[in-house]
Design a protein around this ligand. Sequence first.
Ligand SMILES: Nc1ncnc2c1ncn2[C@@H]1O[C@H](COP(=O)(O)OP(=O)(O)OP(=O)(O)O)[C@@H](O)[C@H]1O
Ligand SMILES: Nc1ncnc2c1ncn2[C@@H]1O[C@H](COP(=O)(O)OP(=O)(O)OP(=O)(O)O)[C@@H](O)[C@H]1O
Ligand SMILES: [Mg+2]
Ligand SMILES: [Mg+2]
Lengths: 227, 227
Amino acid sequence: MIELEDIWRTYQLGDTTLHALAGIDETIQDGEHVAIMGPSGSGKSTLLNIIGLLDRPTRGTYRLDGRAVGGLDDDALAAIRRRGIGYVFQSYHLIERLDARGNVELPLILDGVAPRERRGRVEAALEAVGLAERADHRPSELSGGQRQRVAIARATILNPRVILADEPTGNLDSSSGEQVLALLEGFRARGLTLILVTHDPAVARRAERVIILRDGRVVRRMPGREL
Amino acid sequence: MIELEDIWRTYQLGDTTLHALAGIDETIQDGEHVAIMGPSGSGKSTLLNIIGLLDRPTRGTYRLDGRAVGGLDDDALAAIRRRGIGYVFQSYHLIERLDARGNVELPLILDGVAPRERRGRVEAALEAVGLAERADHRPSELSGGQRQRVAIARATILNPRVILADEPTGNLDSSSGEQVLALLEGFRARGLTLILVTHDPAVARRAERVIILRDGRVVRRMPGREL
Ligand SMILES: Nc1ncnc2c1ncn2[C@@H]1O[C@H](COP(=O)(O)OP(=O)(O)OP(=O)(O)O)[C@@H](O)[C@H]1O
Ligand SMILES: Nc1ncnc2c1ncn2[C@@H]1O[C@H](COP(=O)(O)OP(=O)(O)OP(=O)(O)O)[C@@H](O)[C@H]1O
Ligand SMILES: [Mg+2]
Ligand SMILES: [Mg+2]
């Protein structure tokens, strides 16, 4: 369960104070499928980064499974992230030196999975995003959408309990986008929580609940089908 | 005028030969508004890179304004590019060390424009993409869509005769996307050629002509309104 209580994220630029998030109160239950929408610059990625333990709020409390994470040090946060949270970044953050297979395999290696088991799981993950034939391409040898799909395969390979995806279909044609959404939604059958940031109403409509941000605040909440 | 004659772009990966483009024949007239669509990995960015003189075909002839560019050296290509072609990249390629203002100003500096004139033109360009209040933010201090808009402002500031945009609205909400498309289409009033790669049919529909790629080939051409 994700509980956000009066969350602020403030930046200081010279003598200007910028509130990327300005008082977010939100609870997301286990197994929920939530979409976050809002104008460019409204705070969506910032919110996802805080939920994903990649950033700390300036003010407010974040309880993950009932436990306040604000008091934990970076190593403790990293441990929770590695096992429990899969993150598909808006700008992918793939490792240039590794090919698609190497990028997707990395979480398994860090998790101590044996080589033989790794091989099968990586092949399956690449297959599921339609990249079996690009396994040995490095990010620079892949198209934009192919990099996005590598990021998705990497984020989901440890079967994390929470998947955070920041504009996962932004660079995908409708058919690759459909394949990716079906994959992400398929994980929910195992009780996984899926939180997507998207600009695409067609993607948001598939969520149970849509949260709309504007200027760092939640301005509307609605069921996906009402979009 | 852009004339592509039997254009191939081939990559060698070990003993595999991959054709990113496999025989493209296409002519784009001055002032045309063209959208390029197609599945992830179908060759759209590769085609745009060749049109934009950032890449050379493995085979075939590219005539720009009647002149075959294949014989030109890198300096000559760079000179044509700098003045005549504005490119909005799928992954932006902004300079991290410079803020939004600095990134947008760079083409003007390279073109020898005086400081006083530069200031006004940069302010206007940032205003036009809704980023006047983010002028002193570096790319890492901007949202994904804000970076995309900086890339657009930078690509258009020299009023190039051809604008190439690779998924310019991919990270934008509908209202920022609308603002950007209106800006890009506004340039056409001066006779500029606009070539957009997009996955969004709503964006492609606004073009006069849509070219659909699949596996490195053109498989369909149609008027935008038929989408
Ligand atoms: N350096 C390279 N070496 C080998 N293959 C490459 C290289 N660069 C691109 N490719 C391959 O060429 C094909 C076309 O890539 P391109 O980037 O043009 O696709 P795209 O249509 O822009 O896709 P997207 O919609 O995902 O951005 C892809 O299958 C990609 O894997
Ligand atoms: N390091 C930083 N310093 C100052 N301001 C920042 C910093 N990082 C982000 N911002 C600002 O915080 C605001 C929210 O950014 P965020 O990336 O969360 O937006 P977003 O909703 O994800 O936008 P997009 O849809 O364009 O990706 C933006 O206005 C941005 O300029
Ligand atoms: Mg974002
Ligand atoms: Mg591309």
